[in-house]
Design a protein around this ligand. Structure first.
Ligand code: HEM
Length: 175
């Protein structure tokens, strides 16, 4: 008696068809679940813009207020680092403002407590980026951006600002 090849044996066909339907069903379920997840994705917290005056309110001097600090125009809630940034703590001078230059230079000189990065060396800029990524972005939640990062002094839009380059920005978020 000649053996019917495995693939063409008639008794295998219904089983294979059932398996095919199952796979299709699983794929459809996964796709549908993804759709539902996207549709019902919780709205992310609105992004807030801070003027210099607003940021100053969160300088750690008032116990009940959170402590905010900006690096590269990104405002972080550094309250959980109170031992560094709170009232009378060693890095309190850095908070309530954008201290990009001070972080880049590892300096607490009042002249460096600014967002101005002009004249910084490549090494300082690299150090700034690594502290920004490895300390601030990893450790502290982002609560907003400084107005000066987005607007020029005269209130016109800063053409160099790219929302898609912002940390934690997702293309579906409203900015
Ligand atoms: C003698 C000088 C200094 C010593 C011995 C020192 C020591 C330290 C130590 C032990 C930490 C904590 C690391 C950790 O636990 O995660 C730290 C963090 C830090 N230091 Fe200094 N530091 C000095 C000077 C400075 C200066 C001048 C600046 C100026 C910007 C600075 C900025 C920072 C920042 C931004 C952090 C990260 C704090 C955080 O995790 O939020 N340090 N430093």
């Amino acid at each position: 008696m000649t053996e019917v090849p495995y693939q063409t044996r008639p008794d295998r066909e219904p089983a294979m068809a059932t398996a095919g339907v199952c796979v299709l069903f699983i794929v459809l379920c996964a796709t549908f679940a993804e759709e539902v997840k996207l549709k019902y994705k919780r709205a992310t917290k609105p992004v807030r813009l801070f003027t210099e005056e607003e940021l100053k309110r969160y300088d750690g001097t008032q116990e009940e207020q959170p402590i905010y600090m900006a690096v590269k125009g990104v405002v972080f809630d550094v309250t959980k680092g109170k031992e560094f940034y709170g009232k009378d703590a060693p890095y309190n001078a850095l908070v309530g403002k954008d201290s990009t230059r001070a972080v880049a230079k590892m300096s607490l000189d009042p002249a460096d407590l600014t967002s101005d990065t002009s004249g910084l060396t490549d090494e300082q800029l690299e150090s700034l980026d690594s502290i920004f990524e490895d300390t601030y972005k990893t450790k502290y939640p982002i609560v907003g951006y400084t107005a000066s990062r987005i607007l020029n002094e005269d209130g016109s839009p800063n053409e160099d600002f790219k929302p898609e380059d912002q940390p934690q920005f997702q293309i579906k978020d409203e900015f």
